[in-house]
Write a protein that binds this ligand. Structure first.
Ligand code: ADP
Ligand code: MG
Length: 237
């Protein structure tokens, strides 16, 4: 990695967002920042038509996921803007039309830039890693298991960045749900070491980049020997 080049690229992305009047980075842009910090991201292509989406799906390889790409849609799946597990060209075509239709019904005012075609990541542990810049304490890193653990049980842990490896591992252990990650009923345990590294890196992004006030990887899918960010959002100051 060439740090200065990476840093310049990140500044370019942030400047572009600001010039478009945005106070946040889109999914592709956010993931490029994660990638610059060595966090694995999904392979994906941006498509602007149905045929383009099909070509992209063939290039990425089935199964794929299709996602609506719009600066006005933050929670994509809430309006039927994400369709996963598409195994064939005809399934992908149908999903493309369905997403456009869902948006036109549920969020007709939203300007759709295109559709993101993404590799489908096999089932694993879905976790959330985030960070916010606290006015008083600076960057605070957040970790939690996805779904009901965070949304209903509010089972999340927080620590101030910068984090040591030990602290990052502690953050995982501090959540009540962490036992799930150790695997049960024959499921393989999650790669906690790699997960701790991602938690450290998210803290580092928020510490390094003064322009970034908030980072949210939701979800990061964790397997026994690898992990990958499938959705991300960065908020600018
Ligand atoms: P949003 O959070 O805006 O609703 P996401 O991109 O997080 O949209 O997608 C919603 C859910 O779909 C994710 O939480 C995850 O369970 C699943 N998902 C999204 N992208 C992928 C992918 N590439 N591979 C596997 N599952 C995915
Ligand atoms: Mg998400």
């Amino acid at each position: 990695m060439e740090p200065q080049r990476e840093r310049n690229r990140i500044s370019e992305i942030i400047d572009k967002a600001r010039s478009q009047g945005r106070k946040f980075l889109m999914e592709l842009e956010s993931k490029e920042v994660l990638e610059a910090y060595g966090i694995p991201i999904t392979r994906e292509l941006f498509a602007v038509s149905e045929d383009d989406a099909i070509k992209s799906a063939e290039e990425i390889g089935f199964p794929v996921v299709l996602k609506v790409y719009s600066p006005e849609i933050i929670h994509k799946s809430e309006i039927g803007g994400v369709i996963i597990g598409l195994k064939t060209v005809s399934e992908a075509r149908e999903a493309y039309r369905k997403i456009i239709e869902n948006v036109s019904v549920k969020k007709p005012e939203a300007k759709v830039l295109g559709i993101l075609v993404q590799e489908m990541i096999p089932k694993g542990y879905e976790v959330i890693v985030g960070a916010v810049r606290d006015a008083q304490f600076g960057p605070v890193v957040m970790f939690g298991l996805g779904g009901v653990f965070t949304e209903v049980l509010k089972d999340v842990s927080f620590k101030l960045a910068p984090l040591s490896k030990k602290e990052a591992l502690q953050m995982i252990k501090e959540t009540k749900g962490h036992k799930v990650l150790e695997g049960f009923r024959g499921e393989k345990p999650a790669d906690l070491d790699a997960l701790a590294e991602v938690i450290i890196k998210v803290g580092r992004i928020n510490t390094d980049l003064r322009e970034v006030t908030e980072i949210d990887i939701n979800p990061l899918i964790v397997h026994d020997r690898e992990l990958i960010a499938v959705d991300a959002r960065i908020v600018l100051s």
